[in-house]
Design a protein around this ligand. Sequence first.
Ligand SMILES: *Cc1c(COP(=O)(O)O)cnc(C)c1O
Length: 403
Amino acid sequence: MPTPPYLKQFPDENGYFGKFGGSFVPESIAKAMQEINEAYDLIAQNSDFIAELRKIRETFQGRPTPIYFAHNLTRELGGAGIYLKREDLNHTGAHKLNHCMGEALLAKFMGKKKLIAETGAGQHGVALATAAAYFGLECEIHMGEVDIAKEHPNVVRMKILGAKVVSVSAGAKTLKEAVDSAFEAYLKDPVNSIYAIGSVVGPHPFPKMVRDFQAVVGFEAREQFMKMTGELPDIVTACVGGGSNAMGIFSGFIDDAVELVGVEPLGRGSGLGEHAASLSFGSEGVMHGFNSIMLKDSKGEPAAVHSVASGLDYPSVGPEHAYLHSIGRTKVAAISDEEAIKAFFALSKKEGIIPAIESSHALAYALKIAPELKGKKILVNLSGRGDKDIDFVVEKYGYGEAF
Ligand SMILES: *Cc1c(COP(=O)(O)O)cnc(C)c1O
């Protein structure tokens, strides 16, 4: 499919989507980001790079992932047809490998030897460690001590894959401190290493680059959906943490008359600290090197957030989402912990697919609106599989009921 005009137009050369995005970083980081930006601009046009990425997607990742018509849920709800883009079937079980393979291939082309990143729940760390093994690159993942204890299986996976896991014991010992620690390590050797950001966030060029690598999800989905049903979906929906899986699927439909809905985590409710719904409740501000919509505490600092899905637990959102929402091109919905868990069990018991709790947010939104939309079609990006979540879910919620 030819690149939709919107994607060529946004962001501008300085990484802005309207007033959102940009690069708000110290001089030392700015230089490194500039170098990555120039390399990416060059490489994105290079037919060897494109051919290599295509081969990786087919033979290593198992792309294209299918679209599945959720026939049992659709029949039971009696409204809109519900379709799932199966990113849970992508190698390593989620969409994250789409941009990790792209970033690692870029690192290889730039002659880098080492991939550095932070990870919260460990999903980005595992995907990046996988990419590093594929390309024969070193991999160093920074992770808070608290998260290391909580996310033991992912720590084990990263180590089996050959990555070095750096335990971070500063401050609250979670994601924010891990980001600081990873950046520090990166700045010690920006010549041989590259910082690989895990979503459409951070300073330019990462929001653009990660979106471009994820756009394959939307391009595939558009073609598959047309072939399957003879028309475009009425609504496309995805969960939004940083926003990479959502920008991936939205990219395929951005210039079409299709409603795009980002689903944020409402957690335990609308009070500050109880959710991580940045677009729904946040305000403009700069964090982690970019201008976007964020959740702030009374001092203007990034607020504490909560979601049952650790992958959605972020007090800001990718700048492109802030822009698309501000101009009315996308809509935003919020789904609570409880609604997400209900959808988790519904898909497991009615269709035989155990979804990630993150993806269950998007699914829950589709299940909520479907009964009123007979004759319409909803496409949900099922961003990942739920194997990582089963122990937590069963301990907290038991084995569940379908509805
Ligand atoms: C990390 C993760 C997310 C959230 O990241 P986005 O950048 O918002 O897509 C969503 N789903 C799954 C399965 C994840 O692992």
